[in-house]
Design a protein around this ligand. Structure first.
Ligand SMILES: *Cc1c(COP(=O)(O)O)cnc(C)c1O
Length: 421
């Protein structure tokens, strides 16, 4: 459920007409709903009620500081994967003890930044990383709290580019080597082993891969405790999928996910952490774009938008489907026809949808891409020297620009000409 609905024939973001935002900020732009962000965070928080837990929003999904602050003020922790994300989380007012640092290639500079600023834990992904972290911590006179990310070798049954829990993926250490690796960690004086971490992939639409992975985690908890490790926190990663079509696809609900967690891990006396990203932000955002031209090709018609693959790369990168809806509600029973919906970038990959049934549309009409809140703005680039598009946050009847569109001067001035030219 989200808060982007037609009211009186016009698409609204909560109580604000989307067309009103378009008139104020220009197209294309992203718009997020505070109520949807809050609702999704609370669904996870409530799903784990009764167990000691922290919901750490995986901020790589959508990392605008205003979005982070919206969640942080409800008590959310953050899962960060870079020094830059760590600084964003801190700028949003998130205390270090609610920030978890994930990622397969943390640099020593990033480790130092987080250790000095305060950190809940590092999710460590390899033995070389363990050694580096121990050294950095010792140099600061600290001990770094860690979990080790284990790769449980389960098939997440999702798109290959976002599956992370099979043995051929680069993530974590093989679960079969966990005892050795934990023994190694325990010998490193700069580390404090506190738990285990797992994250098997993104956009999972079935609970079974999670259940399999979490059962392996439960078994491993017993084994590692027998080996003398103080396993008191289990980080279960993110990955719960969202419905991208208004059709029949229905991923499990956070409540079902939470019930499964309680069933598999509830009696281990461990604090539970989860790292949802997509499910919190995905359906909380739209990308809104204007039709520049309607072009008739041979046997097919094209809607050419002012938004492009550099603004929303998911269709080009993951073959992703986004529902695309007109901002002016079509009359009931209005005739539909197929369009190829494309952007202006000079490659054929800049195609959002092929032969998509849409009502008759004209240049100047606005369309909205649904479920664009996660892995949308954060993956945008300035390819073709197209400025990064603005982000807007709606809250009831109010809206605010939370990232302005850069001017061309700002973009051009980032380049510098060497003296010899
Ligand atoms: C990407 C990622 C997440 C979030 O995944 P979603 O599918 O957006 O929920 C959580 N944890 C880690 C380690 C990740 O890399």
């Amino acid at each position: 459920m989200d808060h982007f609905l037609y009211q009186g024939g016009a698409l609204h973001a909560e109580d604000v007409p989307v067309a009103e935002i378009a008139a104020a900020v220009g197209t294309p732009f992203y718009v997020y709903s505070t109520a949807t962000l809050e609702r999704h965070y609370r669904l996870f928080d409530e799903a784990l009620a009764g167990m000691e837990h922290l919901v750490c929003y995986a901020m790589k999904a959508a990392s605008n500081i205003a979005i982070l602050k919206t969640l942080a003020r409800l008590g959310a922790g953050m899962d960060v994967v870079s020094g830059g994300e760590y600084l964003r989380a801190r700028a949003a007012g998130v205390p270090g003890e609610r920030i978890v640092f994930s990622g397969v290639g943390k640099t020593r500079d990033e480790m130092r930044l987080a250790l000095e600023g305060g950190i809940r834990q590092f999710n460590v992904e390899s033995e070389p990383e363990m050694e580096a972290l121990s050294e950095v911590a010792i140099s600061l006179g600290l001990r770094a709290p860690i979990t080790v990310r284990v790769n449980p070798d389960v098939d997440a049954k999702t798109h290959a580019k976002i599956a992370t829990g099979k043995s051929e993926n680069k993530f974590g250490i093989p679960i079969s080597r966990a005892r050795e690796v934990y023994a190694h960690a325990a010998r490193l004086p700069g580390l404090e082993v506190i738990g285990i971490d797992v994250h098997i992939g993104s956009q999972l639409t079935d609970l079974e891969p999670f259940r399999l992975a979490y059962q392996k985690l439960a078994d491993l908890t017993h084994v590692l405790r027998r080996d003398g490790h103080d396993i008191r926190r289990l980080d279960l990663g993110g990955g719960l999928g969202i419905p991208y079509t208004s059709g029949n696809e229905a991923p499990p609900l956070p409540s079902q996910y939470g019930a499964m967690i309680r069933e598999v891990l509830g009696d281990l006396d461990c604090e539970i952490e989860i790292e949802p990203g997509r499910l919190i932000a995905g359906n909380a955002g739209l990308m809104v774009s204007e039709i520049i031209y309607v072009k008739s090709g041979e046997g097919r018609d094209f809607l050419i938008l002012d938004g492009a693959m550099n603004d929303l790369i998911r269709p080009a990168m993951y073959d992703a489907w986004h529902d695309i809806i007109p901002v002016v509600q079509p009359e009931p029973g209005a005739e539909q026809r197929p369009y190829d919906i494309v952007g202006p970038v000079c490659e054929s990959g800049d195609t959002f949808a092929r032969q998509r049934m849409m009502p008759q549309l004209s240049p100047g009409d606005l369309v909205a891409f649904r479920s664009a809140g996660a892995y949308g703005a954060v993956m945008a680039s300035e390819y073709n020297t197209r400025p990064l598009i603005p982000e807007v946050l709606v809250n009831g009847q109010e809206f605010a620009i939370i990232r302005a569109r850069p001017t061309f001067d700002e973009i051009l001035n980032r380049d510098t000409i060497p003296e010899w030219l």
